[in-house]
Design a protein around this ligand. Structure first.
Ligand SMILES: Nc1nc2c(ncn2[C@@H]2O[C@H](COP(=O)(O)OP(=O)(O)OP(=O)(O)O)[C@@H](O)[C@H]2O)c(=O)[nH]1
Length: 253
């Protein structure tokens, strides 16, 4: 979901919520070289993907969200004393086709999976079907990245709703172990520390993988493209050529 907040200062005359970009992006050129951590958050409907991201980046839980359109959040954060440029991609929900293990997943999610270096799989501890989407989702990620080490974590959200629990802690831990990642339980609603621990762990894992590839991007697929010439620059040069041509044709008359 995408974040909705009421902005008292600018929209006080409106009673309903409106859409606001919650966390301003900073220019891509301002990224810390070789420390650009790209994370995608994946999971079924209403498990709390947006709530977890917003909680981690702002320490706030707002609670009112609009259906997700896949916002990208950029921040500089400090991981173990080191500055890291973090990009977190929120995604629309995925689902299983009825009574099957077949995943329904938008193309935009595939692009995010391809782009990312780390994967946060989220389920709700109150929704067993959201837990059951995780394995097919992981297999889907694996189809896109068939080889190599992909840093993942598994987060069981909504631990404040203990009475409605449908997924036991050891079920989550077992699955995380099977998929080769760490398991966390958290409540975006009630506890910042649990959320922060999970994202910090993810960032550390991704940093480690990036670091171990000597500063080059993993898989060699995301190397920075050479800068294309600036449009203004091209126009200026074009005008210069035209005016020098005009001058030379005047002098030859
Ligand atoms: N009780 C409780 N509710 C939560 C928690 N996290 C999120 N929610 C609520 O769950 C609902 C869905 O949260 P979102 O963050 O929008 O979930 P999402 O996974 O982004 O949803 P989709 O857009 O459907 O993919 C909202 O009503 C949130 O307020 C939590 O930790 N505890």
């Amino acid at each position: 979901m995408r974040l909705l907040v009421n902005n008292q200062n600018t929209m006080s005359s409106y009673s309903s919520n409106f859409l606001l970009v919650p966390i301003p992006e900073y220019p891509v050129l301002d990224c810390v070289p070789n420390k650009n951590v790209k994370i995608v958050v994946l999971g079924a409907s209403s498990v709390g993907k947006t709530a977890l991201i917003v909680r981690f980046l702002t320490k706030r839980f707002i609670g009112d969200y609009e259906a997700n359109t896949g916002a990208l959040y950029s921040r500089k954060i400090n991981i173990d004393g080191e500055q890291v440029s973090l990009q977190v991609q929120d995604t629309p929900c995925v689902s299983l086709q009825e009574d099957t293990e077949v995943l329904s997943c938008q193309e935009q999610i595939n692009r995010a999976i391809y782009w990312a270096d780390g994967y946060v799989f989220v389920y709700s501890i109150t929704d067993h079907s959201s837990y059951r989407t995780i394995k097919p989702l992981y297999q889907h990620v694996r189809k896109i990245h068939p080889s190599g080490n992909i840093p993942i974590i598994l987060v069981g959200n909504k631990t404040d709703l203990l009475r409605a629990r449908q997924v036991a802690t050891n079920e989550g831990a077992r699955l995380a172990n099977e998929l080769g990642g760490a398991h966390f339980e958290a409540s975006a609603r009630e506890n910042y520390d649990g959320v922060s621990d999970a994202f910090h762990h993810m960032c550390l894992e991704v940093s480690r993988v990036i670091g171990s590839s000597n500063g080059e991007k993993r898989r060699g697929l995301h190397l920075v493209r050479p800068k294309s010439p600036n449009m203004q620059d091209l126009k200026r040069r074009f005008r210069q050529v035209l005016s020098s041509k005009a001058k030379s044709s005047n002098t030859s008359l």
